[in-house]
Design a protein around this ligand. Structure first.
Ligand SMILES: Cc1cc2nc3c(=O)[nH]c(=O)nc-3n(C[C@H](O)[C@H](O)[C@H](O)COP(=O)(O)O)c2cc1C
Ligand code: SF4
Length: 444
């Protein structure tokens, strides 16, 4: 069964743990994108009145808090805290749906907005009611015309059905790695470049049109739509007690069926690989979380996909990305290419992105191709250590996490490259698809 927007992630495993499917339940049941009619038949309209605290109901913010929903855009921030922060500010608020999915190894938001667009939009409408917003901005990258058409059609269906009391607007933004950061969206919506703002005021205080603004990932909002309908107790039936619920995961690399899967939080990574058709070759490592994520050696594959279990390994689920790297590939070369891409896609506004990140990418490339001098490793560690906590956004922090984890996970290869030059795997074709490492043509 193939998806309309996710090549090469074209297969879904209908047999795998269908009981865990929530966001993708309709897709598992029918194998086709849900129209508004399908959606209303299955779920009914978004319970906006109940979200506001109608008789006998639990207001949405409390329900989301009790469900312990966390953001699926990468950082895992508690969603109720954000809702509350925006709701508590005076003035009409704005909701921004972050459907940009700039992470190159992720397809989950594209997949979700293709097959269940109305769950995402319901979530946005419900969040708008909860924070007192009259406008919802849905943000997509400009070069994903299929995704734009699908969401545009879904919005038309809702308009024709006069379903929503808030204004829903679709926007196509420049596609760069950092233009999907929350303050980049706000800056672009305010007429500026799609680059991180960095400095205060914070978005929840003064964002789009100087109004309190809630920015949430598309998947987060879809979970919220289900919590509004079925309640926190239902939500907590999946996942772990600390981290309840399901999450979307994009599994790719050396697996038989690269897939977007829905899995309960706490599912071991080996199970996720099995659901993507099992590894096709012996593995060297997995990349967890995305380009701003962490390399983990295969010894850790039984670890559950949950923040609590991954934290001791210096890892986190991030944006729900799992890439299987085969033993035949060179982890150092793959990392060098990713760092070069991340360096090219920074906004070059702050020191760590202008100077530090390109220097780390160059050092890594030298290490990967075996041009390393004896002082290189110490220099690389030092420069990597200088990246976090110094930028106006978390972009350099993510790159530092990737670089540091590669030095740990591929420590034997580092020694080999330093002592003998590149290994045979260095000449292998790249295994992780990487967009061109050229700076964006436009930020507007
Ligand atoms: C460089 C960078 C890129 C980001 N890209 C995305 C993205 O593509 N999609 C997304 O939802 N969040 C992205 N984020 C996180 C957002 O800034 C923000 O935290 C998120 O949209 C909040 O939604 P959530 O709380 O529902 O996760 C990115 C952050 C950084 C630092
Ligand atoms: S840290 Fe980098 S990406 Fe973030 S605002 Fe500064 S220059 Fe831009």
């Amino acid at each position: 069964m193939s998806s309309p927007a996710t090549a090469p992630f074209t297969r879904l495993h209908l047999s795998a743990a269908p009981g865990e499917a929530r966001l993708l339940a309709d897709w598992y049941a029918t194998g086709r994108p849900a129209t508004l009619n399908d959606h209303l038949t299955r779920y009914g309209p978004a319970p906006v009145a109940a979200a506001l605290g109608g008789r006998g109901s639990m207001p949405l913010v409390e329900a989301v808090e009790a469900a312990r929903l966390t953001g699926r855009g990468g950082a895992g921030f508690p969603t109720a805290r954000k809702l509350r922060a925006v709701a508590e500010h005076r003035g009409r608020a704005v909701v921004v749906v972050n459907a940009m999915e700039s992470e190159p190894a992720s397809r989950k938001d594209q997949f979700l907005s293709a097959v269940a667009p109305h769950l995402v939009l319901d979530g946005a409408v419900l969040a708008a009611a909860a924070v007192g917003a009259d406008t919802v901005h849905v943000c997509l990258p400009r070069d994903r015309s299929a995704q734009y058409r699908q969401l545009s059609a879904a919005l038309d269906e809702r308009r024709r059905a006069r379903l929503d009391l808030v204004r829903l607007r679709l926007h196509a933004l420049p596609h760069t790695y950092v233009s999907s950061e929350s303050t980049s969206l706000v800056r672009w919506l305010n007429g500026g470049p799609a680059q991180p703002q960095g400095s205060p005021p914070r978005t929840h205080e003064r964002g789009v049109d100087r109004r309190p603004t809630l920015v949430n990932n598309a998947e987060t909002l879809a979970h919220l739509a289900l919590i509004a309908r079925y309640g926190p107790d239902w939500y907590r039936q999946a996942g772990t007690p600390d981290e309840p619920g399901t999450t979307l995961v994009t599994v790719s690399g050396a697996v038989a069926a690269p897939s977007v899967l829905e899995a309960a939080l706490g599912t071991p990574m080996t199970t996720l690989l099995a659901r993507a058709g099992e590894p096709t070759e012996p593995l060297r490592a997995v990349l967890l979380g995305g380009f701003a994520g962490t390399w983990l050696p295969t010894a850790h594959l039984d670890t559950p996909l949950a923040r609590r279990d991954l934290a001791p390994l210096g890892a986190a689920p991030g944006a729900g990305v799992l890439v299987a790297l085969p033993r035949a590939a060179c982890g150092l070369s793959e990392t060098a290419r990713m760092l070069t891409y991340l360096a090219a896609h920074s906004a070059r506004q702050c020191g760590p992105c202008r100077l530090g990140l390109p220097a780390v990418a160059e050092d890594f490339t030298a290490l990967a191709v075996g041009r390393a001098d004896p002082g290189l490793l110490a220099q690389l560690r030092h420069r990597t250590g200088l990246l976090p906590d110094r930028g106006a956004c978390r972009h350099p922090d993510g790159a530092a996490r990737l670089a540091a984890s590669a030095l740990r996970a591929f420590a034997d290869d580092v020694d080999h490259h330093l002592a003998h030059g590149p290994c045979l795997a260095t000449d292998q074709p790249p295994r992780i698809p990487i967009p061109p490492a050229t700076p964006p043509e436009t930020w507007r």
